[in-house]
Design a protein around this ligand. Structure first.
Ligand SMILES: [Zn+2]
Length: 373
């Protein structure tokens, strides 16, 4: 009994998921860096979610969490803390991932081969691909000793990446031989994720936004940009797929009409958001931006502002949050805090989202008007 206990303690201390990137990912120079960034950003997100300090960055991030995962709905502080801990968990699994020394032993395997399929009935089809089509309902991946009942997803238009976890795949006979890791998950990052954007990008063309994080990103002026401008970062796609992978499919994709873009993520009900990979990926994007000093707009009124000016500013903030507009994060001064508090007292029509962004006590504003949990 004692020995079992000791063993359990040892394994839980050293436990961590391992990953391995297939040779096909060497074709994409951006991949390694993006994966490294993804693990780092998962760590940042975890730290922000776990933070109990009271600096403005953390308050802002807390509010972003509440918008995405409907934190406003929790009446009870402990329930709210539990909800944050639940969202933290998969980020922790990602940040603790370690590189495995070979494919067979790894838990999570990355492929960048666009899920190309060899079809023996097609004379033009090339051999030597990871997938082989045996029938229209059977695609075999011998490298990972598994099969898939539908066409591997990168072959469909508009797919950034795809994850195959155990309950979405079938194992081939003898799939456990050669020390094959029984719990393996494969991720394919599709070619469209690596496509370079055109040299000149109008700010409103979110789809073509740069797809690798470059050194100048942290110091760039993102005024006028929206969170959706970061939708196609390779790092973001990796985080999205890893959410499926580390939870073995526990985190899924909400129906497509719910998931595209900030405005849908923001309106998503809590239960859906908790199980939706893109909601986590969007939160991670905000953690990355927070590190560079950017967040959602926050109300800042001046003592000399007239009532009309304050109301106008309020509307702008509300609209900015609705569309996911980025704003430079700054410290609030004591006097500004007093003014916003006063404004809030007088104006009963402030929405929860704006209340949360008033910049003071982070729980009070939405507890008072909380919806039924
Ligand atoms: Zn997904």
């Amino acid at each position: 009994m004692r020995a079992t206990l000791v063993l359990f303690t040892l394994t839980s201390l050293t436990y961590g998921l391992t990953y391995y990137a297939d040779d096909s990912c060497w074709n994409f120079l951006d991949f390694d860096l993006a994966l490294e960034e993804a693990i780092k950003i998962a760590g940042l997100t975890y730290a922000r979610l776990a933070s109990t300090t009271d600096n403005n960055d953390d308050k802002d991030f807390d509010n972003v969490f509440s918008i995405i995962f409907n934190g406003y709905e929790y009446k009870d502080k402990n329930k709210y803390a539990e909800a944050k801990a639940d969202v933290r968990r998969p980020f922790r699994l990602i940040m603790n991932m370690k590189e495995a020394s070979n494919l067979k032993q790894s838990d999570i395997r990355f492929f960048c081969d666009n899920d190309r399929v060899y079809d023996p009935t097609d004379p033009k089809s090339r051999k030597g691909r990871r997938w082989e089509k045996l029938s229209s309902t059977l695609y075999v991946d011998e490298k990972n000793m598994m099969s898939n009942p539908v066409l591997p997803q990168c072959n469909l238009p508009g797919i950034d990446g795809t994850t195959y976890v155990r309950h979405w795949q079938t194992r081939l006979p003898g799939h456990n031989k050669d020390d094959e890791n029984d719990d393996r998950v494969t991720i394919t990052i599709c070619d469209q994720t690596f496509q370079k954007p055109p040299p000149k990008i109008p700010p409103d063309q979110t789809y073509y936004f740069p797809q690798a994080i470059t050194n100048d990103f942290p110091s760039r002026d993102w005024t006028g940009y929206r969170i959706d401008n970061f939708h196609h970062l390779i790092t973001g796609v990796i985080i999205h797929e890893l959410m499926h992978a580390v939870t073995k499919g526990g985190i899924k994709d909400a129906p497509p009409d719910l998931t595209t873009g900030w405005e849908k993520i923001e309106k998503m009900p809590r239960e859906t958001a908790n199980k939706n990979a893109e909601s986590y990926a969007v939160l991670a994007r905000f953690a990355m931006l927070a590190q560079w000093g950017w967040t959602l707009p926050r109300l800042r009124t001046q003592p000399k502002d007239t009532e009309a000016e304050k109301q106008c500013h309020l509307k702008q903030v509300e609209e900015g949050i609705r569309v996911g507009l980025l704003a430079k994060n700054g410290n609030l001064f004591r006097r500004q805090l007093a003014r916003t508090r006063e404004l809030r007292r007088r104006d009963k029509t402030l929405s929860n989202r704006v209340r949360a962004f008033l910049g003071e006590d982070k729980f009070e504003p939405y507890l008072k008007t909380a919806k039924v949990a």
